[in-house]
Design a protein around this ligand. Structure first.
Ligand code: PEP
Length: 257
């Protein structure tokens, strides 16, 4: 992987304006770790305030609606998050797929809508514990990803710039137990093969595949040493500058030599 490691904090439904000082600390620290691309996905309410102040980190959203606008009470469109300063959006997170009944078709429509307004997307995929135990994790994730991504002929020409895949096994999210490095290696390699099949040798090889699921400063280095791990999507450990930047530091080390 020749690209800078990508470390993305997903604050989920955490954070009021009191957390802006933490975002500032992350931004300042990111300026000292230029070998790593650090980004933050706070709740919608903090996108604009963080964007206004940030000098280094990109700010993104954790979701958007698939429609451009209209009678969708409580929803927010891709245009709106871009207007607030978002540069990317996380789509298909398992907490949206499960908690909001978002199927692959809706996730795909959201991706189309986000790409159309110029956003980068982080497309999440990942299997349940049951699927892993049944031995069908790789087949499941490949199918889920294929169904959630827009078809290749609808993707922007610079697909490797605009698309990141986040492999997040559901059973590893927020549990404190990350996937094993063998499982991560197997899945990332299967996802890489799929990306090459979908987007061709050149673009397919350059799309970043990041891992998510209980990444913390203590386990980050061994996860980043796995072939084809291009960074991390970080939930719980992204809430303080110290732990998020501990992960960023681990990501910068293998690339220092
Ligand atoms: C996530 O929700 O994207 C995530 C990876 O959470 P955590 O790091 O807390 O497991």
């Amino acid at each position: 992987m020749t690209r800078r490691p990508y470390i993305v904090g997903n604050w989920k439904m955490h954070g009021t304006r009191a957390m802006l000082s933490e975002a500032r600390a992350i931004d300042r620290a990111a300026q000292r770790h230029m070998k790593v691309e650090v980004a933050l996905a706070p709740p919608f309410t903090l996108i604009h305030p963080i964007h206004r102040e940030a000098e280094q980190i990109a700010v993104g959203a954790q979701d958007c609606h698939q429609a451009e606008g209209g009678a969708f009470t409580g929803d927010i469109s891709a245009t709106m998050i871009a207007d607030a300063g978002a540069k990317f959006v996380i789509l298909g997170h398992s907490e949206r797929r499960q908690g909001h009944a978002e199927g692959d078709e809706i996730v795909r429509a959201k991706a189309q809508s986000a790409l159309a307004v110029g956003l980068r997307i982080i497309m999440c995929c990942g299997e349940s514990a049951e699927t892993r135990e049944s031995g069908k994790a790789v087949a499941f994730v490949k199918r889920q990803l294929k169904a959630s991504l827009p078809p290749a002929d609808e993707m922007p020409a610079d697909v490797a710039e605009r698309l990141t895949i986040a492999y997040e096994p559901i059973w590893a999210i927020g549990t404190g137990t990350a996937a094993t490095t063998d499982d991560i290696a197997e899945m990332h390699s299967a996802i890489r093969a799929l990306l090459i099949e979908l987007f061709g040798d050149e673009q397919g090889a350059e799309v970043r595949i990041i891992y998510g699921g209980s990444v913390k400063p203590e386990n980050a280095a061994e996860i980043f040493a796995v072939p084809d791990v291009g960074g991390a999507l970080v939930g719980g450990a992204s809430l303080t500058a110290d732990s998020l930047m501990g992960i960023a530091l681990a990501a910068s080390e293998p690339f220092d030599g």
